[in-house]
Design a protein around this ligand. Structure first.
Ligand code: KG4
Ligand code: ZN
Length: 356
């Protein structure tokens, strides 16, 4: 293993502009040297969601400053880097192109290897950076765009066990918040409001609970919240808090039940997972974190929960995934395209990684 690798990572697939430098020591253990993130929430809040054109422009305006800041805070010049990594998707095409083109330009000018990173792989590998988790492990990926359970067997070796058939969990939080009149982004708002509410007042459905395949579905839960809100309107502050708490309780139950189904599916594998790791913005939710801790204690599994700022989108996860790929010589050319869609389990398929 090469000693002291340093990689710059750039993230611009959604509404966070981010750049970071991470390092791996001679034993391969990771360390974050800098992690500069600029959230665009204020620019999108008035629209109740991310506006792609506004996002792309905001990335253009701030990415160079964030990269400079990340390098300064890491105390490192471009010449000190071993590679440059940028998220090449999945995400909003305008934003992806801003980060990807910038990453390629820096790599080209500094004559450094370039690594195109799948944003989901960034989330998937983060627990190896934060907790040095060994393969194989079970990944619960819950964000604004994805809800998946994935068997992570190695870098680039992912098997999707289940995913959502409709809304992502973060999307369900955001939509529930919107119809209750809470500001965007809804996830943290629902969590805060739920803290004052009664989780047992409404018995919302637990979609997919008990099913053998570890898939998710959240549109029925969202509809149940809407119907209940309409039935008891006008809503008092207590009603809103009780709906948030009851919605969150249903979401927590579903997440735990689906993790159990995924583990059952992997129980007979030659190398079953020894850890459960959670990633993506929704993994910042305190109720979900506590429920996963209880579940893992009962199941005898190690649990890795990156800190909330490393669950939501950031540059360190892209830099780390880039570093993991770079040390396996998985580097990419300047012709690597921006991929608005890019399934995590497509890495072995040359049509998705490379030049097809
Ligand atoms: O991973 P992420 O930052 O961006 C995507 O790639 O989607 O996830 C953002 C999502 C949003 O839907 C947001 O509402 C949700 O994660 N989220 C939360 C919490 N913090 C962020 N959902 C529930 N509870 C939270 N504390
Ligand atoms: Zn994400």
């Amino acid at each position: 293993m090469r000693p002291g690798l340093r990689v710059l990572g750039i993230e611009s697939t959604c509404d966070e502009t981010a750049a970071a430098v991470v390092e791996a020591d001679s034993l391969g253990r990771g360390r974050i040297l800098s992690n500069a993130v600029l959230s665009q929430i204020a620019q999108h809040a008035a629209y109740g969601g991310v506006v792609p054109e506004i996002a792309a422009r905001a990335h253009v305006e701030s990415l160079d400053k964030l990269i400079r800041r990340a390098l300064e805070e890491a105390g490192c010049a471009v010449d000190d880097l071993d590679a440059v990594a940028a998220a090449a998707g999945p995400g909003l095409i305008g934003g992806v192109m801003v980060g990807l083109t910038t990453g390629k330009a820096i790599a080209l000018a500094a004559q450094k290897p370039f690594v195109a990173v799948n944003h989901l792989e960034g989330h998937a590998l983060t627990p190896r950076l934060t907790d040095n988790i060994e393969f194989p492990y079970l990944l619960l990926l819950v964000s604004g765009g994805h809800s998946q359970l994935v068997a992570v067997n190695g870098v680039g070796d992912y098997r999707r066990l289940g995913s959502t058939v409709d809304d992502a969990l973060g999307e369900a939080f955001d939509k529930a918040a919107k119809l209750l009149g809470l500001p965007y982004p809804g996830g943290p708002q629902v969590e805060q409001t739920a803290a004052q509410g009664d989780p047992e007042r409404f018995n919302f459905p637990r979609p997919m609970a008990g099913r053998r395949d570890p898939d998710f579905s959240f549109s029925g839960l969202k509809t149940a919240v809407r119907l209940e809100a309409e039935r008891i309107a006008p809503l008092t502050k207590t009603d809103v808090a009780d709906i948030c708490a009851s919605f969150q309780a249903a979401a927590v139950d579903v997440v735990v039940d689906r993790c159990r189904a995924a583990l059952r599916m992997l129980a007979d594998e030659p190398r079953p997972p020894t850890a459960l790791v959670a990633a993506g913005g929704v993994a910042a939710n305190g109720a979900i974190r506590q429920a996963l801790a209880r579940f893992c204690a009962e199941a005898g599994l190690r649990l890795s929960l990156p800190s909330p700022d490393l669950c939501s989108d950031n540059g360190a996860m892209i830099a780390w995934a880039g570093l993991e790929r770079f040390r396996l010589d998985l580097v990419d050319g300047m012709d690597f395209p921006a991929r608005p869609r890019w399934p995590l389990d497509s890495h072995k398929d040359p049509r998705w990684h490379g030049k097809a």
